[in-house]
Design a protein around this ligand. Structure first.
Ligand code: HEC
Ligand code: HEC
Ligand code: HEC
Ligand code: HEC
Ligand code: HEC
Ligand code: HEC
Ligand code: HEC
Ligand code: HEC
Length: 481
């Protein structure tokens, strides 16, 4: 084994990188797997053989090996294997990436939606849509049948927060396509956009419409995606990709498998909040609204699963923003970067004050007054409100954060304004009936943002240029003479 490795890279260099002794791979049962699978599934085997793993001698059994006590273990051609290779399994050799991924918002993506799936997927459509819809992006809770095989209602799945039979969360093959497991491929925006596209997280569309996306496409050869080291401003300067800003190394900032660290805002909520990032002593993370007082180091907080954790580090939204901005500074000036960020923040604050907060308060009032049933999605205004913040509102905020004027305005805030004035308010007023003065109007009257409704306007752009009525033809002739 050592010899084979030595021929390619040198075992010491490899061992340093993956923090593991090269003797730990090259499972004796592994070569048989490959030779039969070269016939049984040639595409898969070929991808593996030309991959960094194949080249280094990391074989099928190094990843698929299992012990008999594992829930999804099965006997296969004389070996005990598991089909699922979980983040924990990869973590045997890639401890750093595993730990960063395990503490990230990505790892929470299934847990986050568990209580919302019933209303959205099951009531609105049907249970079949969970496996083919939500779970493909967010991840499934994989269940194992008695014989160790995986329940087809929950697998195949490579969702980002998948709950694996060994309890670990996520799936590394959501970004690293198997069996190449390439880092160059994962640096492409395409690695992200299967999930980050569409109404509520339209990052694909936004990136493509931005100057960055245009340059990325035009100057792809200059992106140096195959480079071992990939530091923005050093190994490439043509354009940033999703990975550059959210995960990549830049200047003194190291690369990370935690995509949430550099985000100051929660952009996908009815009202956006700036958020602290709390790192707990057990390595898990938590986000708390910046409007609350920051928890002290060593104090106890309640985690998402209800258990108690001790605070180790608190990153303020300002600190998170600073880290994101340091990425920009590799290619832009400080004044430029700060100016851009202040334009972005102003859009989020405008959304909150003008639409997000009033709409939420009006909905709350309608529910409290029992003018709406407590059930979600059984009344038209619930769709109107949902689309206001979840689709159009998210698109506007994402568009402003990633420099697509089209998504910030036409596909975003323009639709928010249209919805609010032409659908949401009329529906809310109709529901409130004679109580509109109490349940709806105060939120509009109170806000300076809506004061324009009572003011005369200078220009009305709706009609466009209307030609003045034909003057008296006789008079016109006289004037021409
Ligand atoms: C003699 C041929 C042969 C050998 C040796 C072999 N496999 Fe397979 N394996 C197959 C075939 C054929 C299938 C597909 C069965 C099917 O379509 O359900 C399969 C299926 C699998 C699956 C998928 C099971 C699932 O749940 O979808 C995995 C994972 C797998 N093999 C890994 C391995 C590993 C690891 C080894 C080495 C220990 C190995 N195989 C050795 C022929 C082989
Ligand atoms: C670097 C680790 C790694 C190596 C090496 C590896 N696999 Fe896999 N394999 C995975 C992962 C990850 C999955 C996805 C399963 C999951 O977690 O959902 C997978 C899935 C599979 C599947 C089922 C999914 C499908 O697409 O059909 C088969 C079959 C399989 N591997 C066979 C093999 C064989 C044969 C080899 C050796 C030629 C091999 N694997 C080498 C990690 C690995
Ligand atoms: C195409 C992939 C995809 C599908 C399908 C999908 N989601 Fe999401 N979802 C995402 C992404 C990406 C985010 C993160 C948005 C962000 O932070 O920008 C997200 C965020 C969320 C959030 C948190 C914030 C929000 O926008 O409400 C919830 C809850 C959620 N999804 C529930 C669901 C449910 C329930 C389903 C199925 C009925 C579903 N999602 C289907 C990709 C998807
Ligand atoms: C959100 C997408 C995503 C997921 C999920 C993901 N990776 Fe990565 N991974 C990347 C990207 C992008 C790179 C290249 C980063 C760079 O060079 O800046 C990378 C690089 C790597 C590298 C090469 C590191 C180096 O310095 O050469 C390893 C090893 C790795 N990932 C392992 C994993 C493991 C293990 C998991 C699961 C625990 C995982 N990845 C999950 C996107 C992802
Ligand atoms: C038994 C140890 C071992 C296991 C298990 C393992 N890897 Fe690796 N991985 C390696 C070695 C060795 C390399 C080669 C390092 C190099 O080329 O610098 C590597 C390289 C990589 C790279 C960089 C590839 C590139 O393009 O340069 C990625 C990404 C990666 N592994 C992801 C994974 C994922 C995801 C899993 C689990 C599905 C996994 N690895 C499981 C040992 C392992
Ligand atoms: C398999 C689906 C999937 C893939 C692939 C994926 N993501 Fe995500 N991502 C999600 C989901 C779902 C969420 C919402 C998770 C949550 O809020 O807990 C999310 C959340 C995020 C967030 C928001 C974090 C926050 O602070 O709220 C960022 C940034 C992000 N992803 C970036 C990326 C990047 C960059 C890539 C590609 C390298 C990528 N994602 C690949 C599904 C995916
Ligand atoms: C030039 C840098 C840059 C690029 C390129 C970029 N983003 Fe972003 N992204 C940002 C910034 C800045 C924010 C706002 C962060 C904040 O909350 O302060 C953001 C926000 C997000 C969010 C919402 C997170 C939140 O705060 O709720 C997601 C999800 C996301 N980006 C995913 C992606 C994906 C996927 C791509 C590629 C298709 C991408 N981004 C490309 C800089 C970038
Ligand atoms: C790897 C280099 C790189 C990084 C990192 C980067 N950019 Fe850029 N950005 C560029 C290039 C190149 C242009 C195109 C400049 C031009 O031709 O006008 C550009 C253009 C822009 C534009 C459009 C400017 C205009 O005049 O229309 C904005 C806005 C922008 N970047 C914001 C950011 C922000 C914010 C960040 C950090 C979150 C960032 N960029 C990170 C390289 C980068």
């Amino acid at each position: 084994m050592m010899l084979l490795l030595g021929a390619f890279v040198g075992p010491q260099a490899l061992a340093d990188k993956v923090a593991l002794d090269a003797d730990d791979w090259g499972h004796p049962g592994g070569e048989d797997c490959a030779s039969c699978h070269e016939k049984a599934s040639p595409g898969l085997a070929a991808e593996w053989r030309s991959s960094a793993h194949g080249v280094a001698g990391v074989n099928c059994m190094d990843c698929h090996q299992a012990t008999a006590d594992e829930a999804d273990a099965m006997e296969h051609e004389g070996q005990i294997i598991a089909t699922i290779v979980s983040p924990k399994d990869c973590g045997r050799c890639h401890a750093t990436e595993y730990q960063q991924q395990a503490g990230s918002v990505h790892a929470e993506a299934y847990a986050l939606i568990a209580d919302r799936v019933p209303a959205l997927a099951h009531n609105l459509t049907g249970a079949a849509m969970q496996a083919a819809g939500c779970d493909q992006c967010h991840g499934s809770q994989v269940s194992v049948r008695g014989d160790g095989t995986l329940d087809p209602a929950t697998w195949p799945n490579s969702g980002i927060g998948r709950i694996n039979p060994d309890g670990s969360r996520g799936s590394c093959s959501s970004c690293h396509g198997r069996h190449a497991f390439s880092k160059a491929q994962a640096r492409e925006p395409e690695a992200c956009v299967r999930c980050h596209s569409g109404p509520d997280s339209p990052d694909k569309e936004i990136f493509e419409a931005s100057k960055h996306g245009m340059l990325y496409k035009a100057r792809h050869a200059g992106m140096n995606l195959d480079s071992d080291s990939w530091v923005a401003g050093v190994n490439y300067t043509a354009a940033p990709t999703c990975v550059t800003c959210h995960m990549g190394a830049a200047g003194k900032i190291p690369a990370t498998h935690d995509v949430g660290m550099r985000n100051a805002w929660s952009l996908n909520s009815p009202v956006s909040q700036r958020q602290y990032l709390i790192v707990l002593e057990d390595g898990s993370k938590l986000e708390l609204p910046a409007a609350d007082a920051p928890p002290r180091r060593g104090s106890e907080v309640v985690k998402a699963d209800g258990s108690i954790g001790k605070v180790k580090v608190v990153a303020t939204p300002e600190r998170r923003r600073q880290i994101m901005s340091l990425v920009c500074l590799e290619c832009h000036s400080k004044t430029f970067t700060e100016g851009f960020m202040s334009q972005f923040d102003a859009v989020v604050e405008l959304f909150n004050a003008k639409f997000g907060e009033p709409a939420q308060a009006i909905m709350q009032g309608l529910y409290d007054a029992e003018l709406l049933t407590p059930l979600p999605f059984d009344e038209p205004i619930e769709f109107t409100y949902w689309e206001l913040w979840h689709d159009e509102g998210a698109r506007a905020r994402h568009g402003a954060s990633m420099a697509s004027p089209n998504h910030a305005w036409w596909e975003g805030m323009y639709l928010v304004g249209r919805n609010f004035y032409s659908r949401f308010l009329p529906q809310a007023r109709a529901l409130a009936g004679e109580r509109t003065g109490e349940l709806v109007e105060p939120w509009i009257r109170q806000s300076e943002q809506h004061a324009w409704l009572g003011q005369p306007q200078q220009a009305n752009p709706i009609l466009g240029h209307v030609p003045a009525p034909d003057p008296d033809p006789a008079a016109a002739t006289t004037e021409a003479e």
